[in-house]
Design a binder for this molecule. Structure first.
Ligand code: VGL
Ligand code: ZN
Length: 207
């Protein structure tokens, strides 16, 4: 059984959003086009409380892009984004959401960030996505979304660590690229972990 995981297709990650991913809007048509080829579609949503520890605004004297230690973990500081209940946290308007069977929200604990859709960054708590897929006999996941170098990368790596066959739909992803080359490195990292990298046009219902 195959499943599609749509990672963080939220307004704040689109151009004009609080943590805009360059050309992030270009992945929405890819997400809409591949969805009908899957029996199961799930989505993740970055869903932070206003006091989240990943926000530079919550650490006086810091700026986005700086790195701090947050409860023992290295934490990149971000602009305030995807605050629970705000428009920025909602799914992109152009995203087809009718086929999404379940949404997994992450980053809700103010003390720890959660890039992966499966676990927080310390692997301390699970979101329930892994169990959900297992209960439905999913053995192969396809991942697309935002951002390639953060939430997509760690979702794909955790899928592999849970023993799932994992494919990255590369043209369905865009990255933040805080440093030039981050996207290329992220794709190389997931490949090295056994993730198959393909394109949306390679997806069809018969395989
Ligand atoms: C993300 C940074 C902070 C992402 C979420 O969705 O990739 N990146 N929060
Ligand atoms: Zn976040």
């Amino acid at each position: 059984m195959k499943a599609l995981i749509l990672v963080d297709l939220q307004n704040d990650f689109l151009p004009g959003g609080a943590l805009a991913v360059p050309r992030g809007d270009e992945v929405i048509p890819v997400a809409n086009r591949v969805q009908p080829h899957f029996d199961l579609v799930v989505a993740t949503q970055d869903w932070h409380p206003g006091g989240h520890g990943s926000f530079a605004a919550n650490h006086p004297g810091t700026a986005p892009g700086e790195v701090i230690e947050l409860n023992g973990l290295r934490q990149i500081l971000w602009p305030v984004h995807c605050v629970q209940g705000t428009r920025g946290a909602e799914f992109a308007e152009a995203l087809e959401t009718d086929r999404i069977a379940r949404v997994f929200r992450k980053g809700t604990d103010p003390g720890i960030d959660s890039y992966s859709g499966f676990f927080d960054n310390g692997h301390r708590k699970a979101t329930g996505l892994g169990d959900y897929l297992k209960e439905r006999s999913v053995d192969h996941v396809f991942v697309l979304g935002l951002a390639t170098d953060y939430c997509v990368k760690f979702t794909a790596l955790d899928a592999r660590s849970l023993g799932l066959e994992t494919s990255l739909i590369e043209d369905g992803c865009r990255g933040v690229e805080l440093q030039a080359g981050d996207v290329e490195r992220a794709v190389a990292d997931v490949r090295a972990a056994g993730v198959q990298v393909l394109r949306g046009c390679d997806i069809n219902s018969t395989d």
